[in-house]
Structures are given as C-alpha cells and as structure tokens.
Design a protein around this ligand. Structure first.
Ligand SMILES: C[S@@+](CC[C@H](N)C(=O)[O-])C[C@H]1O[C@@H](n2cnc3c(N)ncnc32)[C@H](O)[C@@H]1O
Length: 285
C-alpha cells in the first residue's frame, strides 16, 4: 500500500474519532470511573494552579481538560483542541453539565497550534500524541506556545506486553488474518510506548527537566461482553482492523477475544493491568 502523507493520516484520524464519538459518550461513565486517576496525575505533573491558562491537546470528550478547568478555577482557563468535532461536542455537553464556563473547545490539528508564542502557563495531553504523523513538529509547537517555566504533562500508552486489554484484541485479529508487522514509526496506539522516545523528542524540541515514569494501574469491567462491546465502540484503530474482516472472521475474532479475556477474571469482574507512560517537561526560563 502506498505510504500516506501526513495530511492523509490526520484526515483519517479526524474521520475515525468522529465516527466513535457516540461510543465515547455512551461509555463515558465507565471510562471516567476507571481513568480519572490519570487526569489527576496530569494536572499534578503540569503543576496546575488557580488562575493558570492551560492548553489541552487532543481533548476528545474532555480529558483532562475538564479537571484542568476545575483546578484553575474561574480566574483561569483551559483551551481544549481536537481534530474531531463530534468528540468536542460531547466535551462541550459535559462542560455545560458541570457548569464550567472557563473551558472552550476548538477544532484543529495540534501539530500546528493557532496561538502566539508564550501563550500558555501549562500544556496537558492524554492519549493523543502517539496518533500524530509528525510528533517532533508538535513538540516544537508545544515549546513555542508554552510560557518560559511552564510545564507540559503527557500520558501515552506503554508497551503492549503490559497492556493486555489492548494487546488481546490485536492478537486475536492476527490469529484470524495475518496483519503486516506494524511499522514502529507509524502513528498508532503504541507509537510512543518505548521508554525514552517521547522524552527524547521533547528534549530535541528544547524542553528541559524531562521526566518519564511508567504509571501502573488497573481497569475493570462487569463482564467479558462489556469489555468487548465497549472496546469495539470506542477504539477507532481496532474498529478499522475489524472492518477489513468478513462477518465470519469477525465472529471468530470475537470468540478469541472473549476466551482470552476470561483469563483476567478476578471475583465477579474482569480486571486488567494497564501501564501508561507519563512524561513531563518544562520550558526553560
Ligand atoms: C484516544 S482519544 C483521547 C481523547 C482524550 N484525551 C482522552 O484521553 O479521553 C485520541 C484523541 O486524539 C485526537 N487527535 C488525533 N490526532 C490529532 C491531531 N493531529 N490533532 C488534534 N487531535 C488529534 C483524536 O481526534 C481523539 O479525540
């Protein structure tokens, strides 16, 4: 297959995430319950305080932008950016329900930030940067819009061996149809999983005091069926792979996934370990 241009990749991402926005809204409560700790960690790593002006990259349905807005309070503000208007529509509904008037969501590609240099006190981003075709360019943009001394805090997925809830579905698809070996440089869920990858790019972009830590946690589901259905409704990259299969192959993949997931039964729930790479860095004074 011919290699896609950066613009084509970004356009594909826009379509993918718009398509699954309804699933994100449907499963919001479950995922918020499971993943809220990551928002708190990002808010802490970005050193958010009352009155700060914050940029959140790839906010999707509002994470961690909404917690950021609660943290900086009415004298501060959060601007959330994302490619997918449908995801942002969900984020806006959630902000309104929470009564947050200090957060705005705007559509755009975070590789090219439409802001003046030194505009933001801090930048946050959860599970977005690995989907960019030009991560170093985004790093340079982050370094440009941060004020001197301002912190960036990022969460990306760590390696597949430590994230069975994601790996299982890919392995099941691979058992039914042989997927081409993943290009380690191509955008995707595990693009920034390797230790040092994102940290090195941020250093290259001129950021300092770079720290990186693997954050270990768990997430759990009421049943294997709940896991399967929610995965298929929110995980745009997995949906794309499934769409290439026949109905019979999809059924086989589903059975393989349900069998593999049953190994993670603990008590009356399915509980997976997860590993997230947390990277923080600061613009030099
Ligand atoms: C897995 S979702 C994460 C959303 C949210 N931050 C969260 O953690 O729930 C990835 C998000 O990144 C966005 N995204 C991907 N590439 C992007 C780009 N180049 N510019 C802006 N947003 C992008 C997608 O539209 C999607 O909403």
């Amino acid at each position: 297959m011919a290699q896609q241009t950066a613009q084509q990749i970004v356009e594909g991402q826009r379509q993918d995430w718009n398509r699954v926005a309804g699933g994100w809204e449907k499963w919001d409560r479950l995922f918020d319950q499971q993943m809220a700790c990551l928002n708190h960690r990002l808010v802490a790593d970005a050193r958010l305080r009352s009155g700060m002006h914050v940029l959140d990259l790839g906010s999707g349905t509002g994470y961690p932008a909404l917690l950021g807005a609660q943290t900086v309070g009415r004298s501060g503000s959060v601007t959330g950016m994302d490619l997918a208007e449908q995801m942002l529509a969900v984020a806006r509904r959630k902000a309104a329900a929470l009564g947050l008037a200090n957060v705005t969501f705007r559509a755009g590609d975070v590789t090219t930030l439409p802001f003046e240099a030194n505009s933001f006190d801090a930048v946050t981003s959860r599970f977005c940067l690995m989907f960019l075709p030009e991560i170093p360019k985004a790093g340079a943009e982050i370094a440009r819009v941060l004020k001197p001394g301002g912190w960036l805090a990022v969460a990306v997925w760590s390696t597949p061996d430590k994230n069975p809830s994601i790996r299982i579905s890919m392995e099941a698809i691979n058992q039914v149809v042989e997927l081409p070996p993943p290009d380690p440089a191509a955008p995707g869920i595990f693009r920034l999983a390797k230790p040092g990858d994102l940290a090195g790019m941020l250093q290259q972009a001129g950021l300092a005091d770079v720290t990186e830590q693997e954050f270990l946690a768990e997430w759990s589901y009421a049943s294997a069926e709940e896991y399967y259905t929610s995965l298929m409704e929110i995980a745009a990259p997995i949906q794309n792979l499934m769409a290439t299969l026949s109905a019979d192959q999809q059924q086989r993949v589903k059975q393989l996934i349900l069998d593999a997931v049953s190994r993670f039964r603990r008590g009356d729930r399915i509980t997976f370990p997860i590993a997230v790479r947390m990277v923080a860095a600061r613009k030099p004074l």
